[in-house]
Design a protein around this ligand. Structure first.
Ligand code: PXL
Length: 285
């Protein structure tokens, strides 16, 4: 995407159309939409909390972060995962949510069922809307980022509370139990997962010939988003994509439009990615 187009998207999303003229300037100067990520820390800055906050900032949204787990990792592999104890996760959520109400929130790597349940309870207790779930289950390098109990809790307890869920094809397969290796399979999975609670399902990571495909299902229509397939290995694309959608929801955009804008911005960030270490490339926001 050329810079002009990027600037146009950013100017559209950052202006407050509902409050025109001077009032909008006053409004924009003295307030900011707040978005929360509840996820794991990635010291490389490419994925997890660090990536989410970078995306929120790039889209003009105030980013907040509750950390569910620490990791030891490089741009090549996740070496270890250290879950934050449930009581500490709950304390982080309570301290924050008693004070600030996020306009949207997302989950990334939660790792344990205790974390999934803590998030679900907070979403219910504080009546939080605009929940985006990125059901992170396994790292690109093959490390488990969501244990078996947590998978069950995510499916049964958290998914019904969400507005948008963004599984890749592997995650979609375990969420709904169907095979997901064609675009038809992605569509069937999106429909089956929508029956589990979310308003909109975005299945990512499909490919057809030389196109990168996302399938978006909102209960009415299946939207097929196509972009150019980029050669190379990129770290944190799923995190960045779901963080973009979360930021757009915080800014008042509808989920399908949010998914379309997110695809453009993530595509652009991939095209201008950089490789700070010896492993995967990191997206530029
Ligand atoms: O990209 C998935 C992901 C999410 N969150 C954290 C991660 C990873 C992958 O490595 O480390 C913290």
């Amino acid at each position: 995407m050329e810079n002009n187009r990027k600037r146009l998207i950013l100017s559209i999303i950052q202006c407050t159309e509902a409050v025109p003229g001077d009032a909008a300037m006053m409004y924009n100067r003295f307030s900011m939409e707040c978005a929360l990520t509840i996820a794991g820390s990635d010291p490389t800055g490419g994925a997890g909390i660090q990536a989410d906050l970078r995306v929120f900032h790039a889209l003009g949204v105030h980013g907040m972060a509750v950390i569910a787990a620490l990791t030891a990792q490089s741009t090549s592999a996740v070496m270890d995962v250290y879950p934050v104890p449930d009581s500490q996760l709950r304390e982080q959520l309570r301290a924050l949510l008693d004070d600030i109400r996020p306009s949207a929130l997302k989950t990334g790597m939660l790792y344990s069922s205790g974390a999934v349940n803590a998030v679900a309870e907070a979403v219910s207790e504080y009546s939080l809307g605009n929940l985006v779930i990125d059901p992170v289950a396994i790292s690109t390098s093959g490390r488990t980022l969501l244990d078996d109990d947590a998978r069950k809790a995510l499916r049964e307890v958290l998914l019904p509370l969400s507005r948008v869920v963004t599984p890749n094809t592997d995650e979609a397969a375990w969420l709904c139990g169907l095979k997901v290796d064609t675009t038809k399979g992605m569509e069937r999975a999106a429909m089956a997962i929508r029956d589990m609670g979310p308003e909109v399902v975005v299945v990512t990571g499909g490919h057809l010939e030389d196109k990168a495909i996302e399938i978006v299902f909102d209960g009415q229509e299946v939207h097929r988003l196509e972009g150019a397939m980029m050669p190379g290995r990129y770290h944190g694309t799923g995190c960045a994509y779901s963080a973009c959608i979360t930021a757009f929801l915080a800014l008042g955009r509808a989920p399908v439009e949010a998914a379309m804008l997110a695809k453009e911005l993530v595509g652009d960030a991939i095209r201008s990615s950089y490789r700070p270490g010896g492993g995967m490339s990191i997206l530029r926001f």
